[in-house]
Write a protein that binds this ligand. Structure first.
Ligand code: BES
Ligand code: ZN
Length: 927
């Protein structure tokens, strides 16, 4: 409502005060004009490290949709040479010259406003030419600088790259920097002839620069219509590895010359997954080429620029001897994600950032399908789905969470939307739809949506229409159901429900009701009475069919949004369990009556536990541990469920369990009861640790690849809890490495155990061990290896070492790149000693940290999560609240994250009040 008023006010001002347009103070661009095409020419100067600059001209072909006396576009941190601005009418009645009478800026909204000599008239087309220049920025946004050192010559090589999403194209050239303003781009890059210029499209022609010796102009083909945030270019001295798509699109993978041998995996995987998408979406990749580029300094993990996808080195480059299986799978996931965007995001783009989830949720979900298709032996699909579900259950249980479709009230809200809700919850509700519609309708709905909105913008309602049509055609959805009705309850409403199942064993029925699940136990019932449309799949002990993920029934909402309870018939008697939500097909939690829990516990703790589907075993663990946390179940029940893990040998249930036990660990390790908790963990962990061969290098004999991940996860916990010989073995491995003559070349530590070995060695090791590992970091040429090391250097328990590490992490002149500092902070903050130091460091240095990240302050939100999980006392919560309050000016870009983290701290405090004594008592009985 507030937003709407502001809008009306802004439009009103715009109209009534046409000649003092600077009073237009709404953050969206006025809508009188529309860009059709950009001719963008940029000269990049990389020779003098003290003067890394660019200069260019943008000519924009603009169509007037309404009469207007000003051209308002975005520009930020650019010098615009006003004396050389030209404006001309190029089509429409009475062609004539026009001019710019004056200019002004609105620095709050990054507007550059040109007042025209004559009114621009609706229907006419104009050509505006703007000369601009700027420094290659240092902050990894806009058109920015990056560098690397040649290890042989020790010479620093400079390169340039872009990162525009969401709102940094305006820092590189003046433009209509909103996703709805699609236009085609003709880009020409000027650069030294020894360097390579890359952009979205293939090179059309190159010619010598008219005045600069040894410089060339490289013109690229005209692009298809696209949003500004997807424009990209780079000037560099990289090498590339070519690969081909069967249909002819050229596919190249670029990296600095010294890392080119790490491109093989990406060069092979990329085209395969792209080809899969062409089949899946039923539309060809529309550009003639695609490049993927590994840039040493890169803020995000990766960015899907159309035809020129940019990555961090650690998310594109793979070394068979230095990257683990998890690294490899992660990078496949990233590549698949960015390539999925070529359709979802690039071809069809959200109208406005409100629907960012249409980009990110889709890319996340579809990436899972893509990776699974190319590497079925990884069995990654269920793992990815479960990760997304677990992440969204966690964040979305907060009152301070937000709907998937997120209203944007101001520009800074955009950045904050790139979070677990857009990605993981978005992906989970798409999976739900895929499963309740079935393969055919889902695919054909998507295909017609992509065809209808190709090269255009869409909002979620457009997708709902396409899917409803497809589903009704195929009979996959009852005619009286609309996808919009169902999905609005998931995307416009915050949170997710807990379904209460109450069985009548004599009548063979179960009555189901729903309410929102919340962590904060002080929120009264009345505020939880919300309603979601729930596809209900279920199975019984005797039926045992978890494969049926199509709903047998629906739980509906009334017109006024109240939940209508349902009763399910034909259920068995009191000797058989019922499980709802086969394979976690929809993102909700299920609580049962006591008898049903008892039956589940019996089966889980018997040799029949595998009769329950592996995803449902993960579901049951996550649900019962959540419920115990907030009092819907007692910890006795939760621990009886958890104990079955002694039998469990599958990855997913363990993942779900660790995810929850980690939180208990972070609290209990600060209390006198930790000794019992440690024994409990050791008890459930020891059998599987031994079964998997403990620290021994058994990897080559492991058949199923997910057992490798399982072993890594189990051993990691085992070392943290000093189970069996884990720590001494880790130290032995590390000592062996240290005694190598050339440790940078030869590393005897099994690749999939390295993170664990390093961490244990550093935790129980000497100053020299730390220095040794730090040297390996400095000497490493492999991104993922560097990340692994940075993540483990924080495992120390020495105050001075940790303090030094924190300071190194935020030193812009040090060895740690800006994009890695949050990883280091996290590593320190996750430790028991480090937590206290990191918390203090953040509080004392918030101004410095803010400056360090500015303008990408979103990174600061990552610092908060490791801290908040460990704040458990009211006094500490109050102190943190006071800090948040006093430092507001430094926390501007992370208001949402701060709120969420304060809420997590509050729920920890509540947990201590409600559960601590009960848990200490019960755990003693289970060790
Ligand atoms: N579109 C994003 C890049 C991005 C992220 C831009 C945040 C602006 C802000 C890209 O597709 C993406 O999602 N990257 C992820 C990695 C991905 C595999 C989950 C990232 O950068 O974390
Ligand atoms: Zn993405």
């Amino acid at each position: 409502m507030k937003c709407f008023l502001l809008f009306v006010l802004a439009i009103g001002l715009g109209l009534s005060a046409a000649n003092s347009v600077t009073s237009y103070n709404y953050y969206r661009l006025p809508t009188a004009l529309r860009p059709q095409k950009y001719y963008l020419r940029i000269l990049t100067l990389l020779e003098n490290p003290n003067e890394l600059r660019f200069a260019g001209t943008v000519k924009i072909i603009i169509e007037a949709l309404e009469n207007t006396r000003n051209i308002t576009l975005h520009s930020k941190a650019l010098n615009i040479d006003e004396s050389r601005i030209t404006l001309r009418q190029i089509s429409g009645d009475g062609k004539k010259s026009n001019c710019v009478s004056s200019t002004s800026v609105n620095p709050v909204h990054d507007f550059y406003i040109l007042n025209t000599c004559d009114e621009l008239l609706a229907g006419n087309v104009y050509k505006l030419s703007l000369p601009f220049s700027g420094n290659l920025s240092r902050d990894l946004f806009g058109y920015y600088r990056s560098s690397y050192k040649d290890p042989e010559t020790n010479v620093t090589h400079w390169l340039s790259a872009t990162q525009f999403e969401p709102t940094s194209a305006r820092k590189a050239f003046p433009c209509y920097d909103e996703p709805g303003y699609k236009a085609s781009f003709v880009i020409t890059l000027g650069h030294h002839k020894e360097l390579t210029g890359l952009s979205n499209m293939p090179v059309k022609e190159t010619r010598p620069h008219e005045s600069l010796p040894n410089y060339i102009w490289c013109e690229f083909q005209e692009s298809v219509p696209m949003s500004t945030y997807l424009v990209a270019y780079s000037v560099n001295d990289f090498s590339h590895k070519p690969s081909t798509l069967p249909n002819g699109a050229h596919f190249r993978t670029w990296a600095r010359p010294n890392a080119i041998d790490q491109c093989d995996f990406a060069a092979e995987f990329g085209p395969k997954v792209l080809q899969y998408y062409e089949q899946f979406f039923g539309t060809k990749f529309p550009l003639p080429k695609i490049d993927q580029l590994a840039v040493p300094d890169f803020a995000a993990g990766a960015m899907e620029n159309w035809g020129l996808v940019i990555y961090r080195e650690s998310t594109l480059l793979f070394s068979p001897t230095r990257s683990s299986l998890a690294d490899k799978q992660d990078l496949a996931e990233v590549i698949a994600h960015e390539l999925a965007h070529q359709w979802f995001g690039n071809l069809v783009t959200m109208k406005w950032w409100t629907d960012l989830w249409l980009n990110e949720g889709f890319a996340t979900y579809v990436a899972g399908l893509g990776v699974d298709n190319v590497h079925p032996e990884w069995q990654s699909k269920d793992r990815g789905s479960l990760s997304a579900l677990l992440a969204s259950f966690r964040m979305d249980a907060l009152v301070s969470s937000h709907p998937i479709s997120r209203p944007i009230q101001m520009a800074t809200d955009i950045e904050e939307s790139f979070d677990a809700i857009s990605y993981q919850k978005g992906s989970s509700v798409l999976r739900m739809m895929h499963l309740f519609l079935g393969e055919e309708s889902f695919r054909s709905g998507l295909k017609s949506y992509l065809e209808l909105y190709a090269y255009k913008n869409a909002e979620q309602d457009n997708l709902w229409e396409s899917l409803t049509q497809a589903a009704h055609q195929d009979g996959a959805l009852p005619k009286n159901y609309e996808i919009k009705t169902i999905m609005d309850s998931w995307t416009l409403q915050t949170g997710y429900p807990m379904v209460n199942v109450s069985r009548d064993y004599a009548a063979g029925t179960a009555r189901l009701s729903q309410e929102r699940y919340l962590y904060n136990t002080q929120i009264p019932r009345a505020q939880r009475a919300e309603c979601w449309w729930l596809p209900l799949s279920y199975t019984t002990q005797s039926e045992n069919d978890f494969n049926q993920t199509m709903p047998k029934a629906w739980m509906e909402c009334s017109r006024t949004g109240e939940s209508i309870p349902v009763t399910i018939q034909d259920l068995p008697g009191c000797d058989q369990w019922v499980i709802f939500n086969n394979q976690l097909a929809a993102p909700f939690k299920v609580n049962y009556d006591g008898q049903n829990w008892k039956l589940l516990i019996e089966t889980l703790n018997s040799d029949k536990f595998e009769s329950i589907h592996v995803i449902n075993r993960a579901q049951i663990l996550d649900d019962v541990l959540f419920f115990a946390w907030t009092g819907e179940q007692d910890y006795e029940t939760a621990l009886q469920v958890t104990e079955y893990l002694e039998r469990e040998r599958d990855l997913l249930p363990w993942k779900s369990a660790f995810n929850n036990l980690k939180l208990l660990n972070r609290i209990l390790r600060q209390t006198p009861s930790f000794g019992f908790f440690k024994r409990f963990i050791a008890k459930i962990l020891t059998p599987i640790y031994n079964d998997l061969g403990g620290m021994n290098d058994t990897f080559s004999s492991i058949q199923h690849q997910d057992q490798i991940l399982l072993k890594t996860m189990v051993v990691n916990w085992a070392c943290q809890y000093q189970v069996e010989d884990c720590v001494p073995q880790a130290q032995t491995y590390f000592r062996r490495w240290r005694s190598e003559a050339n440790p940078d070349e030869n590393n005897p530590v099994p690749i999939n155990l390295r993170a664990i070995v390093y961490c244990a060695a550093i935790r129980y090791g000497s100053d020299d061990d730390w220095d040794f590992l730090w040297s390996r970091f400095k000497n490493s040429n492999v991104g993922s290896e560097k990340q692994t090391i940075l993540g483990t250097l924080g495992c120390s328990r020495e105050v001075w070492i940790l303090q030094r590490y924190l300071e190194m992490a935020f030193n812009p002149k040090g060895h740690i790149r800006r994009q890695e500092s949050s990883l280091c902070f996290h590593a320190v903050a996750s430790g028991q000693v480090g937590f206290l130091l990191a918390k203090k460091y953040l509080i004392d240095n918030v101004e410095l940290i803010h400056k360090y990240y500015y303008p990408q302050t979103r990174s600061m939100s990552r610092l908060l999560s490791a801290i908040s999980e460990q704040v458990i006392r009211r006094s500490d919560l109050n102190a943190f609240r006071a800090f948040a309050n006093n430092s507001r000016q430094y926390l501007k870009g992370i208001q949402q994250a701060m709120k969420q983290n304060l809420e997590i701290m509050l729920t920890n405090v509540q947990w201590m009040d409600r559960n601590y004594h009960q848990v200490s008592h019960i755990i003693q009985q289970h060790v």
